[in-house]
Design a protein around this ligand. Structure first.
Ligand code: ZN
Length: 275
């Protein structure tokens, strides 16, 4: 089984810990990992992983919703934030570390749904959807308690060509219903399934997963969060991805190897990696 972790965070910047995680991931049969930043807390670990383990780790960078009030409180600050992000992407490309996706970006109205926070998050999200389209990169998207706004932003920025080729990106850690999934697929998105798929109370999500178009399904750990069953209580890491793949296989009526191969191929296609 060779699976691809399409969304992983590495908040600790310890190179020894990074290498240990990669060794365990290889042992568990992983063939690749997308290390995902999103702001000052997550970027250093993701960049360090991509730098230290270039054979296994690919990089996503962006400005996530939790930095919206500092990165996009007004148009001028947003413009400066985007210039800075472009500069970071260019510097990493010069260093031989191509950024494979803009992420994590998105909308989360679960904590502070005031109008100014919503407006800043939407402005930051849409500026990066536009940047991703310009650079022909996919996005790794977070959406929580913001389905209507997420779909509206995507509808404004997903060009017909990117919808047709399913190049827009992935809504990671999906936990929504069938209607939201169908609308995202229609807009050219893939659906990222995390350890939530293994949770005891996740029958509704498993029913949604069973009906997804198979070429749109990715798997992810979202580590160090969302540890899958039966590893609950421990910090998550890429080596735990096979528990989610196994559950997906049973949901889809596939063998484990087939589910791993399917989701790996989907991730490689989306992130523009050689198969
Ligand atoms: Zn994440």
């Amino acid at each position: 089984m060779t699976s691809f972790d399409s969304h992983a965070h590495f908040p600790t910047a310890s190179a020894a810990e990074h290498h240990a995680q990669i060794a365990r991931a290889r042992e568990a049969g992983l063939c690749g990992i997308l290390a995902v930043g999103g702001g000052p807390e997550l970027d250093p670990g993701a960049i360090a992983m991509a730098r230290e383990c270039p054979a296994d780790v690919h990089l996503a960078l962006g400005l996530d919703r939790d930095v919206a009030m500092t990165a996009a409180p007004d148009a001028a600050t947003l413009a400066a934030s985007m210039t800075s992000l472009r500069g970071t992407l260019a510097r990493l490309a010069d260093e031989g570390i191509p950024v494979r996706a803009i992420g994590e970006i998105g909308l989360d109205f679960s904590h502070d749904p005031t109008a100014s926070v919503k407006a800043a998050q939407i402005a930051l999200f849409e500026a990066q959807l536009a940047l991703a389209a310009e650079l022909d990169l996919p996005c790794s998207i977070h959406s929580r308690d913001a389905e209507t706004e997420t779909l509206a932003s995507l509808a404004r920025h997903a060009s017909p060509a990117r919808r047709r080729t399913a190049r827009v990106g992935v809504v990671h850690c999906f936990s929504g219903g069938a209607a939201f999934a169908a609308a995202l697929v229609e807009l050219g998105l893939c659906i990222g399934l995390s350890g939530i798929l293994t949770f005891r109370n996740a029958d509704p999500l498993r029913a949604v997963a069973a009906d997804l178009p198979r070429d749109r399904i990715l798997v992810e750990t979202d580590c160090p969060y969302l540890t899958p069953v039966p590893m609950r209580g421990r910090p998550n890491e890429p080596a735990m991805l096979p528990h989610t793949v196994r559950r997906l296989a049973s949901v889809l009526g596939l063998g484990e190897d087939a589910a791993a191969a399917l989701t790996t191929e989907n991730a490689r296609r989306l992130f523009g990696l050689a198969t």
